[in-house]
Write a protein that binds this ligand. Structure first.
Ligand code: T3D
Length: 257
């Protein structure tokens, strides 16, 4: 169905693999539209309660395919039409998105990992704000997410110096949710994804939405947003199940509704 990605729904999660390993999963036009379509499919599939994005081969993604751009390219338009819809979509999807960063995440590949809700990072992986090395500025949400995650000073350092950030330091900075040894990779990814896919999905969606809204909001607006979200969560079947399971002293079985 797709040429540049692999897509599979299994164990209640949608697994999206960027699949141009010979080009380090850099983004060509087809991969932009296919990733967006895969995200929409995953969003609309009730059988998928978590979404994983990973890369085939030794890289997560090396960002824009540089062989596809030249001086005639309208870079602003390229971002508006191809990258930005992906980043916006990831923020708006009411399901947890996990970037399983198997190797280098460079340029817009770094931005893609930042736009996920969790980053599980292989001990062999690294993050690289490669833009500066080719005279560009970080894009695809990089200047939004990175300072919010690691602070202004560190973000500026990574953007301007363009040095590789290793997995261990990414863990220390809180950018990596978990750093995973190679031999444990598949097992730990499956277990983390399985855990998220069995959680109260509706509450996760409301948490994602509330966090995004909180950035530009006043305390009064945030308090009202929380009250609204809590009313929605409080009337979900999963909330009822959570309370019943607590009172019955058993593990809850959330259905995501
Ligand atoms: O349109 C616009 O420009 C605006 C949008 C911008 C968004 C962006 O993402 S801009 C940033 C683009 N990305 C980069 O600048 C990263 C370029 N790649 C690298 O710096 C290095 O490849 C890595 C540090 C990521 C990995 O280095 P290394 O030594 O492990 O691998 P390599 O030998 O450089 O790459 C392996 C192959 O992948 C190689 O092909 P070959 O020689 O075997 O046929 C290389 O050309 C190819 N490759 C890697 N990155 C890209 C790429 N081909 C096209 N585009 C790439 N981004």
């Amino acid at each position: 169905m797709f040429d540049t990605i692999l897509y599979e729904v299994k164990d209640s999660a949608a697994w999206i693999t960027l699949n141009r390993p010979e080009k380090l999963n850099s983004f060509n036009e087809a991969m932009h539209s296919e990733l967006l379509k895969a995200l929409e499919d995953a969003e609309n599939d009730d059988g998928a309660r978590a979404i994983v994005i990973t890369g085939a081969g030794r890289a997560f993604s090396a960002g824009q395919d540089l062989a596809e751009v030249d001086q005639s390219t309208d870079y602003g338009e390229l971002l508006r039409s191809r990258y930005n819809p992906i980043i916006q979509k990831m923020s708006g999807i009411g399901k947890p998105i996990i970037a399983a960063v198997n190797g280098t995440a460079a340029g817009a590949g770094f931005s893609l990992a930042l736009a996920a809700d969790f980053r599980l990072v292989s001990e062999k992986a690294n993050f690289l704000n490669a833009f500066i090395h080719i005279g560009l500025v970080p894009d695809s949400g990089n200047t939004y997410y990175l300072p919010r995650m690691v602070g202004h000073a560190k973000a500026l350092e990574l953007m301007v110096l363009g040095e590789k950030l290793g997995a261990e330091e990414a863990g220390r900075l809180g950018l990596a949710t978990k750093v995973i040894a190679e031999e444990d990779w598949n097992k730990q990814i499956s277990s983390f994804v399985g855990r998220l896919a069995s959680m109260p999905t509706k509450a996760i969606a409301l948490i994602k939405e509330g966090l995004v809204q909180s950035w530009g909001a006043s305390l009064a607006e945030v308090l009202e947003g929380e009250a609204h979200a809590q009313n929605l969560a409080g009337h979900s079947s999963d909330h009822q199940e959570g309370v019943t399971a607590f009172l019955e002293k058993r593990k809850p079985e959330f259905k995501g509704v």
